[in-house]
Design a protein around this ligand. Sequence first.
Ligand code: AMP
Ligand code: GLY
Length: 424
Amino acid sequence: MNILLLGSGGREHALAWKLTQSPILTELFCAPGNAGIAQIAKCVDLQVNDHPGILKFCADNTISFVVVGPEGPLVAGLADELQEAGIGVFGPSEYASQLEGSKGFTKDLCAEFNIPTAAYKRFTEATSAKAFLDEMSIPVVIKAAGLAAGKGVIIAETRAQAEEAIDDCFAGSFGEAGHEVVIEAFLEGEEASLFALCDGQTAMLLGTAQDHKRVGDGDTGPNTGGMGAYSPAPVMTQELIDQTMSDIIVPTLAGMHSRGHPFKGILYAGLMLTKNGPELIEYNVRFGDPECQVLMPRLKSDLLELMIAASEASLLQHDAEWTDDCALSVVLAAKGYPGSYEKNTVIEGVERAENDGALVFHAGTAADGDKLLAIGGRVLNVTAIAPCVSDAQTKAYQAVDAISWENGFCRRDIGWRAVRREKA
Ligand code: AMP
Ligand code: GLY
């Protein structure tokens, strides 16, 4: 069958890499893709928000299944449009995508179905929001309720900061995402992510991971889209995994089903491991980036078959096989990221890194003849797999050092929590 994959990041390169191993794939197209994806799939000059263009491309190229990488098109209803056109799709409906698109929606679902999460309240204007602060202890968390590309969350350490954050949201600092504000209690603990593949009724555990959101070593500096990840996350013991599945994932699926909007696709649960157990910080309705880059190399089963089973509500008839090995991915980013950075600088040595045994997933890259150019903030994901996380870390950084890119940088401590646990 012909497949269209939507997106252009490292996540999509990892998905493309895995999809091309499927025995049921005829041809893989990717819109818009990047220079790495172009080596294994046919890239198409179409943007992911161009729904009419995507529908036409599918019709013209006998695409029978579309895999949606990022959340934007899902929240905007692309899965519904494809389904109405008779095209299979991996990703939730517009309604179900509110689990990522609206923090208020998710918090209300948690309240209705008794899913552990921080105490909260939703507001549409500043006066009552500020009055509610009287009932909260400090620190307190102020969130723009809509899609804010990983921004829009302020941990206020003082009452004044909290009031300023409320004013900022309603003044439009986060655009439309800030028209509604969620105020919630601050949760203490270590963060981890759990990924479940869902077919509307059944959830299959895909794995756990930890991301590194801050730009600098030692988790310092501003937040980014993610500077590196590893899987599995050893902090997620079997007991915590079971608890997350039974107390968070399963009731979410049941709740969505009972509302007549079954959730199909990836549920990516951002968790805080508190002293009372795992609590939900947020849901995403797609794979994480760079978490996907460490999940795919560990999956032994056919990804395409699993995605189709999720879309056709037949996951119960499938199993997924995973290697016990650890995967670790280091993001190479352009100097200046997450602020402004130079574009079109030259990268050399990717093949050397691959010859060292690493998988190099591209994000913001473009080819210019034989040259590889950096055109984005996050540019490469150097990924290694090994029986223990310390070895995966060593192997990944060896491969990083084989790459010459004067204008790039990376964190040097990806995996530090897991390595410390392993050495303890
Ligand atoms: P979110 O976009 O909701 O995932 O929030 C982004 C980051 O803010 C999370 O990864 C956490 O580090 C932090 N965060 C969000 N909500 C809370 C909370 N209730 N308590 C503590 N930290 C939080
Ligand atoms: N790495 C965080 C995310 O994909 O949302």
